[in-house]
Design a protein around this ligand. Sequence first.
Ligand SMILES: *Cc1c(COP(=O)(O)O)cnc(C)c1O
Length: 387
Amino acid sequence: MNSYITHLECSLTQETYPKDTVLELSNAGRPLLVKYDLEALSKSIAKEEFKDSPLPGFWRYYPLLPISSQESIISLGETITPLINVSKEYDNLEVLIKDEGRLPTGSFKARGLALAVAMAKEFKLEHLAIPTNGNAGAALAAYASRAGLKSSVYCPKDTPQINILETKLQGAETILIDGLINDCGKIVLEGKQSQGWFDVSTLKEPYRLEGKKTMGIELAEQLNWKLPDAIFYPTGGGTGLIGMWKAFHEMHAMGWIEKPFPRMYAVQSTGCAPIVKAFNKKERFAELWQDPTSEPWGIRVPVAVGDFLILDAIYESNGSAIAVDDSAVITKRNELASKGVMLCPEGAATALALDHAIQNGEVKPEEQVVLFNCATGLKYPMPGLPN
Ligand SMILES: *Cc1c(COP(=O)(O)O)cnc(C)c1O
């Protein structure tokens, strides 16, 4: 493990945990955060050095990641994902789409699972299991197989065919469940106890978050260490939003960026919007969303163990949580595709949420906005092609 790590900390109670041990959730049942000696780190690395790194994609930030050294890197050819400028579609706004679909396995789940698998390997774990709506399972399968670890993937039976097939093909035991992602989570939890699997569910181990954190560092580096005014993020478990927020605090502590941080907008679907509901009631914790019907699978997450971390970031940044309509999402996806920008439905949902935020004056003229497209549009059903 990275020697600059001092300890781990419960995100809710701040109770501390020792490094160099296999950890999952805290005693309070909440996510653990990895804590670094940022002062020492800021003296040992300069942000200007990253651009000359020979390492693939986000691995260039390894001094800020939990792995003990470059030797632990498991690579499938990660890349710095581009910012696509779509400003000409807007009046007087700078809008950039961070296209995470360019990563291995076609989604940003690669960031988190590459780190979780690298750490599992350092800890000599053998068998990893995950509940997924599709992309996380595929990323786990690929990185675990690459690292020589076993993986079991549980997904709802209506998960897109392409995700089920790619996961199997990349070597994971793949099981379909008549239920939702949280039902899959329960099965993984049982298997953890009876089979000795390690559970790599969203935020239930500390390292996927560290991988997702690289989105925030990468964005800062791409924008010359000046973050945008607002970030729109399609929110399921919220790892990316929480990870970027953690990155902003760490970079600020090291003197790499200045405040204010970007306003964080969590985007969900009206068919499954627990974070939006909690935000509208000004609450810190979200209730389980009953009977979710959301079509964009990546954000069909009825309950998130890091709910308060998502909401804290929204409140602290003066952001918001916005629910968009499923059918409008597909129309938006099709409209953007006709202009040459093909997003995944979750990515299109962020563009739709931006339209809402412009209409109600939350986003102001001349602001710079970043939308996250979290997976390649090619993985999703298209008009004229059955799922
Ligand atoms: C997983 C996923 C999301 C949600 O990401 P979280 O960080 O878990 O909130 C959004 N879009 C796509 C395509 C995904 O695969």
